[in-house]
Design a protein around this ligand. Structure first.
Ligand code: AMP
Length: 290
């Protein structure tokens, strides 16, 4: 496994890579969710490239950039064991040289959900992913459904900026009790870790209602909100039942039938903000207020 840091090292290494190249972008502190992306890329690509970069521009001023967990040696070992061929570990100076002033801004789909609560977050994400795409020039790039809006934003950016890259989305990997794996789970105390299962329990309760015939988006949102409200250590930030591509809330003047819905939430557990989502696949979610 080759490890590169500078753009010059990356360019030299890139020349020797067999196509198709699959890229797995990460912020490190790897868990089984990240490694599921590597496994998928390994199955589908001649070369697997991965990046580790805690991207400062996607963190807000009051967010957890300085405390974000890091474990570079462990991450490199895990990537090597998973069969990664090339790891790019740029420094902040490589990504954002002095005088940096060019940004990628995806407009509509960043206005809701995470984008609404985390101003500038997706500008940072889209910019760094564009730079990862430019440096590695992969044929495929692998992202997790865990970060559902990120997938929507990256797809939009790849289409709009004509990147010849297939965006591959991999299912959310969960702990045995349903909690979505996340590097931020490391922040949780044992009591908070227990309480954090309420995110998935809420989503699962709403999905069960959907499967049993509930097709009112507002009721599905309420089921999730009620569950989270029942957990004293958790505080709901938002719950959304939205069109999976436009992220428009169902029930707010949107079309009356959908081919699927994205049920997503963010919640604070103690001082840790967690997100999760499930996709409701059938054509039964209707707008109750057409
Ligand atoms: P991060 O290091 O948090 O930026 O995540 C890097 C990639 O791994 C992103 O595409 C995430 O969506 C994906 N990812 C993170 N957690 C999971 C998970 N539990 N299951 C699947 N993919 C994940």
């Amino acid at each position: 496994m080759q490890i590169v840091t500078t753009l010059a090292e990356l360019a030299t290494a890139r020349e020797a890579l067999a196509a198709p190249v699959g890229l797995v972008p990460t912020m490190g502190y790897l868990h089984k969710g990240h490694l599921s992306l590597v496994r998928r890329a390994r199955d589908e690509c001649a070369t697997v490239a991965a990046s580790i970069f805690v991207n400062p521009t996607q963190f807000g001023p009051s967010e957890d950039l300085s405390s974000y967990p890091r474990n570079l040696d462990g991450d490199l070992g895990a990537f090597e064991a998973a069969g990664v061929d090339l790891v790019w570990t740029p420094t902040p100076e490589v990504m954002y040289p002095p005088g940096f002033q060019t940004w990628v801004t995806v407009e509509e789909v960043t206005k809701r959900l995470e984008g609404e609560r985390r101003p500038g977050h997706f500008r940072g994400v889209a910019t760094v992913v564009a730079k990862l795409f430019n440096g590695v020039r992969p044929q495929r790039a692998y992202f997790g459904q865990k970060d559902a809006q990120q997938v929507v934003v990256i797809r939009q950016m790849a289409r709009d900026l004509s990147y010849p890259i297939e965006i591959v989305v991999c299912p959310t990997v969960r702990e045995a009790d349903g909690l979505a794996m996340s590097s931020r789970n490391a922040y949780l105390s044992p009591q908070e870790r227990e309480a954090a299962t309420v995110l998935y329990r809420g989503l699962a309760a709403a999905r069960a209602a959907f499967d049993a015939g509930e097709c009112d988006a507002e009721k599905l949102r309420q089921i999730v909100a009620d569950r989270v409200a029942g957990e004293p250590l958790a505080r709901l930030d938002y719950v959304s039942c939205a069109h999976p591509d436009t992220l428009e809330e169902l029930g707010r003047g949107s079309p009356t039938r959908f081919s699927g819905a994205l049920l997503s939430l963010a919640a604070w557990v103690g001082n840790t903000r967690l997100i999760d989502n499930v996709v409701l696949e059938e054509e039964r979610v209707r707008d109750p207020r057409p």
